[in-house]
Design a protein around this ligand. Sequence first.
Ligand code: MIG
Length: 763
Amino acid sequence: MGSGRVISWEKGKDGVLLTGGDYRVAIRVWAPGIVNIALCLPGEGEEALSPAVVLRPQAPQVQVEEESDHLLFLTGALYIKVEKENLGLELGDGRGFALQGRGLVIHGKEKRWSFAIRREEHFYGLGEKTGFLDKRGRRYTMWNADCYEAYNEGADTMYASFPLYIGVAPGGSYGVYLDNTFPTFFDLGKTEVHTAAFGCEKGPLNFFFLYGPSLREVVERYTLLTGRMELPPLWALGYHQSRYSYYPQERVLEIAREFRRRGIPCDAVYLDIHYMDGFRVFTFDRERFPDPRGMAETLKGMGFRVVAIVDPGVKVDKDYSVFREGLKRGYFVTDENGLVYTGEVWPGRTCFPDFAQGRVRAWWADLHGELVASGIDGIWNDMNEPTVLDAPGKVMPAHLIHNRDGRRVVHEEFRNVYALHMAMATREGLLKYRPGERPFILTRSGFSGIQRYAALWTGDNRSHWEHLRMSLPMLLNLGLSGVAFAGADLGGFAGDVGEELLIRWTQAGILYPFCRNHSEVDTAPQEPWAFGERCEAICREYIKLRYTLLPYIYNLFYRSARYGWPVLRPLVWEYEGDENVHLLFDEVMLGESLLAAPVCEPGRTVRAVYLPAGTWLDWWSGRPLEGGRYHLAEAPLEKMPLFVKAGSVLPLVGEAVRHTGEIPGRVEFHIFPGGARGEYLYYEDDGCSLDYKKGVYNLYKLSYNLAGEELHLHWEKLYGGFPRGQAEFRVVLRSREGIKTLYLNGRRVEGSLRLPGAPGAGA
Ligand code: MIG
């Protein structure tokens, strides 16, 4: 145990290199509040950063002072103290935040850093892990693997890995991102109750300390480091219907028609693996789908998009051009002798594209041409851990070889970023064949940084009440791990859903940033109408609510793209100072204004809801409730407790729509008066193209203040780059209690209130 002491140190332009007996540690400040700490062992060079990292060091000023037993770095708000004796680190801001390191430990093959767990500290992040919101007391491994059988609260590895944890304590918050794509571990007080440790056996012990001091700032820094999402197309935020599998094409059309006939809004239907010819990727089964293009056009006419599944595995079949080409050009993963590896997946014997190679990604991107030409709008990447059905643990051998453009990389090192690279290729393909349009990619597997390319769903959950409940903390922690665009299969994938579960799951599911109903082959029907009128009516109402909220949700996506903030948030995000919410896993906030308490147990018709300080309005009745305490909320089957913070301004869709294509022109602002003032920053663009990156969008600010019986509204165009934006916005006062007169920008308003928007197409 132990790691020896610092023998010498030298200062570089962005940090310090410490040399011990048999190791070196580089400490570099990358940006204010982002410190990189990398260990180098003898014989190891400094390893390149993983593709998760997109930030480049900005080298802020660092001052170093040496004392007999320690070194002290001063940089911006932070100080870093390094004990020479054992490399103990102390990081702090001198204003309440202080984190004590427990030193570096190299023990056999294992190397790890650790920090003392602080008083009342809770741990979040870690991406897609099951269990409750706070991960304290648990140990997790980062290793992408199918977890169909092991999908439960105690699961260790999952489909996607995010080697990030966040510690929140009264003194302030911090995060640690470990940039190593090999299997890594996070032991947050399990082995040693008062120690949070993280490390690995292989690959670099290279981590980034992310300072807060608020949770929000930690996530902002993490997403500065690993990137933020791009704006998805608006249709991707609607309600989506999927099943393993809808076929033939007549059945797909029938599903779409059912939605329209029943007046249930929906934006997309999914093609699962049965659309392919013998599960060969990039083909259609021509008997089941004689005319995919015609089908897609009919669907488009009804306001539907089509998302098709694409797995990485390529069927071994000498008459199949994708296989022949891939084999001839050396595009598949091989063993150390260059022999192509095959494993069993749906098509039978299957090869796996080596996405580490740039030319393989370019080839894969090109293969999407025909899917796009067939009218496919979005791509769904599954089995991309990758999963091999006949391999031990469904994981291909660790010693297989990837070729990272000239450098041989073993599968054990590349596996965790396999799906990330596949998503890069898929994105290239969609951009190539539909230039200027926002790609929509859904992925099962991933790694830190996946948020730049794809939305993520949490894989093969089950139609069990526990899985409905578990979806909330999973999505909350994904949101804190940079993946704001995430969802769980609404209704549950495996097993048979029942009426009550589908109702409760639809109520909760409309809050998921990615909202898709999906279920496994041979399970009970799971469409909103599967259980008769009562269920259908309730599901319809909640799916409609999703569409009512879409402008607000879209604006949350805008904020996520800009700042990395989650869309679905744990209460601790908004009320970090309120210790009552630190463990709350079954209440969620959709942005800063809406708080929902989904019912996750059968037979419940009331539930306890904690409301944080302030006044909250019951969404359904408008009744005000005082926060800072628990309330018992009525929750009959048709009601999910939902609250809006008094003082909020929300952009909502005023009329019922059938799909997102009908939203433009129908946005209105709803004011929920409360307190003396409120404001809202409204973002608007075309919802589909990449023009927003060139400034084609509008930004408005609507604010109000309540002075006695006068409500003063201020409407301001902060930026106007999208002349085809909505021409006029209606304002709805959700309560006029105590309000006698209305003013807009200083002028008294009689009658209905309308705000001027964009100048229109002519401008
Ligand atoms: O389980 O493509 O997680 O969503 O429907 C077999 C078939 C493979 C796993 C995915 C699931 C999908 C299914 N796939």
